[in-house]
Design a protein around this ligand. Sequence first.
Ligand code: DOR
Length: 459
Amino acid sequence: MIADYQNAPILLAGGRVIDPANGRDGVFDLLIANGEIKAIDRNIPAETLADGARVIPADGMVVSPGFIDIHAHLREPGYEYKETIATGAAAAARGGFTTICAMPNTDPAIDNAAVVDYVTSRAATVPARVRVIGCVTKQRAGRELADMEELLTAGVVAFSDDGDPVYDAGLMRLALTYSRDLGVPISNHCEDHELCPCGVMAEGWVSSRLGLAGIPAVAEEAMVARDISLAELTGGRLHLAHLSSAGSVALVRQAKERGIAVTAEVCPHHLLLTDAWALGGKGDPNVAAGPMAYDTYTKVYPPLRTDADVAACVAGLADGTIDCVATDHAPHELVSKECTYHDAAFGISVLETALGTLMSAVHNGNVSLPTMIERLTTGPAGVLGNGLSQYAALTPGTPADLTLFDPNAAWTVDVNQFASMGRNTPLNGVELRGRVAATMVAGRVVFEEPALLNKGDVA
Ligand code: DOR
């Protein structure tokens, strides 16, 4: 967590301020001082600023609350060769994320207060706010509930066995019952193993073409349906992690219509990429398993699916069926991916490409820019509902966590520029449109992109 501290005032001049929490969308000047948003006005003259203030011209840019990611794998403790909390936080800063929530599939797993304390202390000086998600079950083994109350007292913001589902319906029922009383959601990774024991990619014509074992969409949907029923039974707080299929979106839509308390997230890659990317043509439909086929960087759980699934996820995000975007940032070391598709680890390094990926849905006209920002700020803050809302709004007097980005800047993904240790993305070499220019946490610039940012004047 970033400590509050004094800093020279910064004036972001003339950007399009999009602040869904306050219903604001227009061109404004925004003044930051002492770590807080000081003022937002049509015109804050630079001459009125204290000596040493920095003016950042923001015309053509969007100024939004800092993005909040409720699903990131920071790998520490135990897998520091994949990522550390520090490198994950640096990747977050490059991606415009000011708050990230660390998933507990570490070694040891985050299933007791001592590990929460360890992660929290390791996060004390990194360039993002880090919140911790605790395990639902001891060692994520799915046999016995973790001490949820102990974890909550230690500061966790949600519970999850992510990477694996809470498989036992009785345990899930109990966990949801406790979540109702503790006021903290259970984020479940929905995957029925029996329906995809050896699956490595979505079941469909591409998996047949490549001769790879498939994962049917019903492996996700069966557990989504089960969990919705359990949420209805218990009145617990169910959050569905990384939804990826049209059927799952339909189930959540029906559940919400019936008034069941359920929230859901979708990842950037499931809003753009399909299983055809495994053919090696970066999604080019004319490429039929060329020399770059079996691209292990496309291997992720849940798997990349069809165009229809992508369209349903985009529509669900646009109409609010899906509450928020979450990255499922899953960094892996080279050898986990430079192997056969069968052996490769599941996961994509997402934090640094998230905005550019998401902006394709905006540029295509399928999601409005204010809606996309809502799904990256108040959306995720609302899912967790425990004190994050102060970071999801540009309200004078609140901490200055914000993201400045150029919605139109085209750039080519180059994993060698990543701050993340995980260079595992199928988007390497792909051109995206929409790029972070600067990220601020508590008024401190934790990332800036010189190519986009005019250094500005000192008043
Ligand atoms: O692809 C994935 N990778 N999906 C998950 O749910 C877990 C994650 C990981 O931890 O690598």
